[in-house]
Structure formats: structure tokens, C-alpha cells
Design a protein around this ligand. Structure first.
Ligand code: DHB
Ligand code: FE
Length: 324
């Protein structure tokens, strides 16, 4: 087919009225962005000769994604989360805010309000029989190497089946989610279980999109962090455990070289006793460096709808139905 109508005055005028350019009300930035988005899509329909069947199949898929609150799941898979990180890195570099542990994506499975502890917390509820005990510890420092006492370290991760509490209703409330405030030496320690890698739910709309691209929806075993301290830049990051088949093949594009951390298996009896554990365990050490800033807006995480943080949050309200 050779039909090309996008550049005609009729279509160009039509796009302007669809985007509300001829209306006094509404929001100017939304109008501009919508006009650009619709223009790009209209042009794509013209260039690829998109058929009505293809168009309506796409609408149906979007409905399925929304119906299961899966846009937040698909977003990392399509690279948007990592792209926003790349932009934030470039913004920091331009403002000469350099140094510190690298950021990486938050992911869609954070839940606000986890229990808070000083220095040490046990994160697992003891019910996951397949979970190897993990001793997770580290020191929070500023870019000069001075320890930061009283830093807030929020940690969340999956269980031995790759499921996250809240989104997986079989787990207890806040299982594998804690906030630990660093001690006088800037240290935090958690007793937990080694997480398994996470996979997008089989057959779900997100999975359908990835399969159509010939891709998988697997993530390596990983542990999420938010770290904050007054006078320092808030950091959203995660560590990937070394040796996982997906460490360098993460569907969410979150792996960064500095964030790949080994888990060391420890069988020495004295070491086990020192931690008051009852058998061999794996130790993961992750030290964190925070960049300095006086800007209050850089000391807190950016806003986004998060489970249990916002009354309007869809994921919270639909958690019972969500298959994430
Ligand atoms: C997704 C899940 C995660 O646990 C994560 O850390 C990042 C992304 C997802 O399903 O998109
Ligand atoms: Fe995750």
C-alpha cells in the first residue's frame, strides 16, 4: 500500500484539535506532549500501514495490561526505568554531582511503611524453608569515606520463589521488607534469606509483550535499596547477586558492574555462633557511598504512586486482584 496521509493539512489540523490546541482550558504541557505522542503514533500507523485488526489488538492488550495493573511491570522491560536513570545520571554529571554508589531502577514492587529498626533487623518471618540464611551488612559513607550514622536504609527483596510480600498474598505482612537506621559507625546489618531471581508472571499481558519481542521476563536474584541521610543525595539502587544466570541478561536492564555483589558461604562454627545462627549461611557485604547535596528535593526519593504510600495508588487498591 502506498497511502500516505499524515502530512496533509487535514490530518495536521485534525491533530491540533484532538490535542485541544483550539481550547482555552486544560493543561498546556499535557497538550504539547499529547500532540507530539499522537503525531508520532499517527505517523507510525501511516508508515507501517497498521491495519484495523492490528490497532484493535493493541487496544485490547493495553486494556489487559491496565486491568492487571501491569504497566509498572512492563515499564522496566521496555527500558523506560533504565532510560530515566541514564537521564538522571547525565543531569547529575552536568551539575557536577559526581561520586557515590550508582543508582539503578526502583522497580514496581516497593511497599511503604516497613518496620524500622536501629542497626540490625531480621527481615524474614522464618517460614520460607527453602531460603538459605543471608547475612547482609555494610557501611554507609560519604564520598570522603566518613561513616554516616543515622542514615535510613530501606531494603526489600523476593523470597526463595521470587515472590514479594504484599503482591504475593501467601507471605506475611512486610516479610522481607525493613528499614534499618545505621549505627554510630554507619553500619547496617540484616538477617534474611537469599532471594531467588524474579520472573514476570507466565502468560500475563507483560509476558505476552516480551514474548512477541522474542524476549524473556527474568531478573537475576537482587536486593533493593533506598538510602537517605540529611545533607546527602537520596539513592535508589539494588544489588545483583553474582553468579546468577541472568546477572548480565536482566529483562529490566538494572544490572550495573559496581552493583554485582558475591554471596560468600560461611560454614565456620565460630562465625555462625558470633551471629547467633544455627547453621551455615551466606554473607553479602554492600557498602554504600552517598553524594553530598544541600538541595532538599534531592535528599528525598522522587514522587511516584507506591503501594501503601498514596491513597490514590491503584496497585494498593487492586493488590488483591493484581497478579504481579
Ligand atoms: C520488575 C520486578 C522487579 O522485582 C524488579 O526489581 C524490577 C522490575 C518487573 O516485573 O517489571
Ligand atoms: Fe525486584
Amino acid at each position: 500500500m502506498t497511502v500516505k496521509i499524515f502530512d496533509t493539512p487535514e490530518v495536521q489540523d485534525f491533530l491540533k484539535s484532538v490535542a485541544g490546541f483550539d481550547q482555552a482550558g486544560g493543561d498546556e504541557r499535557t497538550k504539547q506532549i499529547m500532540h507530539r505522542l499522537l503525531s508520532d503514533l499517527y505517523r507510525l500507523i501511516d508508515d507501517f500501514d497498521v491495519t484495523p485488526e492490528e490497532y484493535w489488538a493493541a487496544v485490547s492488550l493495553l486494556n489487559a495490561l491496565g486491568g492487571e495493573t501491569q504497566f509498572g511491570l512492563l515499564s522496566p522491560g521496555l527500558g523506560f526505568d533504565h532510560y530515566l536513570d541514564m537521564r538522571q545520571d547525565a543531569i547529575d554529571a552536568e551539575a557536577r554531582r559526581t561520586g557515590g554508589t550508582p543508582r539503578t531502577i526502583e522497580g514496581p514492587l516497593y511497599v511503604a511503611g516497613a518496620p524500622e529498626a536501629e542497626g540490625f533487623a531480621r527481615m524474614d518471618d522464618g517460614r520460607d524453608q527453602d531460603g538459605e540464611t543471608m547475612w547482609l551488612t555494610g557501611q554507609v559513607r560519604d564520598v570522603d569515606g566518613s561513616p554516616i550514622a543515622g542514615a535510613k536504609v530501606e531494603i526489600w527483596h523476593a523470597d526463595s520463589k521470587g515472590g514479594y510480600s504484599f503482591f504475593d498474598p501467601t507471605q506475611s505482612e512486610y516479610n522481607l521488607r525493613r528499614t534499618i537506621v545505621t549505627d554510630g559507625e554507619g553500619r547496617y546489618t540484616a538477617r534474611s534469606i537469599i532471594p531467588s531471581g524474579y520472573g514476570v508472571p507466565e502468560g500475563a499481558p507483560t509476558d505476552q509483550v516480551l514474548k512477541a519481542l522474542g524476549r524473556h521476563g527474568e531478573r537475576p536474584a537482587h536486593i533493593h535499596y533506598f538510602i537517605s541521610a540529611p545533607g546527602h543525595q537520596h539513592l535508589t539502587t539494588q544489588i545483583n547477586l553474582a553468579g546468577d544466570a541472568y546477572t548480565w541478561d536482566d529483562f529490566a536492564f538494572a544490572t550495573r558492574e559496581e552493583l554485582v555483589v558475591p554471596a560468600h558461604r560461611i560454614e565456620d562454627r565460630a562465625e555462625i555462633a558470633r551471629r547467633e545462627l544455627d547453621g551455615p549461611f551466606s554473607e553479602v557485604v554492600f557498602d554504600i557511598e552517598l553524594a553530598r547535596t544541600e538541595a532538599p528535593e534531592l535528599q528525598v526519593r522522587h514522587k511516584r504512586p507506591r503501594a501503601k504510600e498514596d491513597e490514590q495508588d491503584q496497585a494498593s487498591r487492586l493488590a488483591g486482584a493484581a497478579k504481579v
